[in-house]
Design a protein. Structure first.
Ligand code: NAD
Length: 431
């Protein structure tokens, strides 16, 4: 089973995350079963009942979770989503456990001092006809139920699937009211700017992808000037990846959205594509471009392919036909496990999702720092600091991939596990 929002390609997402931990332990020579279990299992999984009075006067009970995976390197960090995966509440429980684990590794790769957390409510706001008032009561009640385990020094949630700055503000406000009406904006990130959010958040993922692609091109001795870029899924992540890669000298020759895919080997200005999509609702029909199939887009001759739409886009067949040199995974889980060995053999460099789309968590960290010191940086200051984290994450991952002769995806996990184990070894087990 899979869902469209996460890196979930097996029936049990927590089995997937556990397997990845074990694979990294194999590479690092960590044989102790207890240590492996320590690394795989969440520290705490909280399941809460959320009773809410609906507008019609009836009471309805929702179920929520918060999984806190590991805090050896710092407070737990990770999103809160409102979602109803196919497998029901039980599946969601396994999902938040896995997603909290991936947050631990993501933070460690870019060396931000956080551990991993994830949570959410079993609820699909798009399907359910809930009023704004009902949604707010659900959100605030959930915040109340998890308030004892979150806090700026404990666990810092962020927006995720179907949640935005609005819900984050409601959670922050509830938490602050429960804590003597103190102002603690650092309890949550992804807030609107006027609530203590950080500049550069909206561009973070795309900009992070662009930084990673730039570093990959240096390693491969590929000139970014004139490099041809294909963007699958022309939304937030892809447009900003396009904007910044273009600033670095590359040109966008392909793009797609849910309505179709287009190619123009001569190049298309990202700003013009944005304007066209705004006007027509799709990139399709962009002047001078040719409409192609998804497969033709993904396997087009180019230097950089940025999958930024959905998971499971690159299967074995597509992998065999790829003609790019770099894949910058903006989306979560765009590449199926069956495709990885084929891509590695073809010497195409994959910048795995856990590294490539970590711009958001880097900015979350910087938002938290700004909140805690009560002093706010400019856009350029934030972008520069994020660049430092991501570039270091890329270089450290690449170094592991060479050292252990493994692909970048496995190398990123090895780096992450190595960093968490190092922190664990400093602290040991208490008592
Ligand atoms: P978005 O909603 O802004 O954009 C998604 C785009 O994909 C839209 O243009 C949509 O039309 C297109 N799309 C949908 N189905 C498609 C299909 N079958 N083929 C081609 N295009 C299709 O979303 P986003 O925020 O840019 O996120 C994109 C991906 O990046 C997701 O996998 C998300 O989980 C991941 N991601 C995003 C962020 C972020 O901060 N934006 C952070 C981490 C990961």
């Amino acid at each position: 089973m899979s869902n469209v929002y996460g890196t979930l390609v097996t029936a049990d997402p927590f089995e997937s995350s556990t397997k990845q931990v074990n694979d990294a332990c194999d590479v690092l020579g960590i044989k102790d079963k207890g240590m492996r279990e320590y690394l795989a299992m969440p520290n705490r999984l909280l399941r809460v009942k959320i009773p809410v009075k609906l507008d019609n006067g009836n009471i309805r009970i929702f179920t929520g979770f918060r999984s806190q995976h590991n805090n050896d390197r710092g407070p737990y960090k990770g999103g809160i989503r409102y979602f109803d995966p196919e497998g029901g509440v039980k599946y969601m429980e396994r999902e938040v456990m896995a997603l909290s684990s991936w947050m631990t590794w993501k933070c460690a790769i870019v060396d931000v001092p956080f551990g991993g957390g994830k949570g959410g409510i079993f609820l699909n706001p798009k399907k359910e006809k809930l009023s704004d008032g009902e949604l707010e009561r659900i959100t605030r009640r959930y915040a109340f139920m998890i308030s004892e385990v979150i806090g700026p020094e404990k666990d810092i949630p962020a927006p995720d699937v179907y949640t935005t700055g609005r819900e984050m503000t409601q959670i922050m406000d509830t938490f602050n009211k429960l804590n003597g009406n103190r102002s603690q904006p650092g309890v949550i990130t992804g807030k609107p700017i006027s609530m203590g959010g950080s500049l550069a958040r909206n561009v973070a993922t795309g900009l992070g992808v662009a930084y990673c692609v730039r570093e990959a091109s240096k390693v491969l001795k590929l000139k970014l000037k004139g490099a041809q870029v294909v963007l699958q899924g022309f939304g937030n992540a892809a447009t900003f990846a396009g904007v910044y890669l273009e600033k670095m000298g590359a040109k966008v020759i392909g793009a797609s959205d849910s309505k179709g895919s287009i190619l123009n080997p001569k190049g298309m200005k990202t700003q013009n594509l944005i304007a066209h999509k705004e006007k027509k609702g799709s990139v399709v029909g962009f002047p001078g471009s040719k409409k192609v199939s998804t497969e033709q887009l993904l396997t087009a001759k180019c230097d950089v392919l940025v999958p930024a739409a959905l998971e499971n886009q690159i299967n074995a067949k597509i992998a065999r036909n790829l003609k790019c040199k770099i894949i910058g995974e903006a989306a979560n889980g765009p590449t199926l496990p069956e495709a990885d060995p084929i891509i590695y053999k073809k010497k195409i460099m994959v910048i795995p999702d856990i590294l490539a789309n970590s711009g958001g968590v880097c900015i979350s960290y910087l938002e938290w720092v700004q909140n805690n010191m009560g002093y706010y940086w400019t856009f350029n200051e934030v972008a520069k600091k994020m660049e430092d984290n991501i570039v270091r994450g890329f270089k450290d991952t690449y170094e592991r991939s060479k050292k252990y002769k493994i692909d970048m995806r496995r190398a990123a996990m090895v780096l992450a596990v190595e960093r968490v184990v190092e922190a664990f070894n400093h602290k040991g087990i208490w008592p």
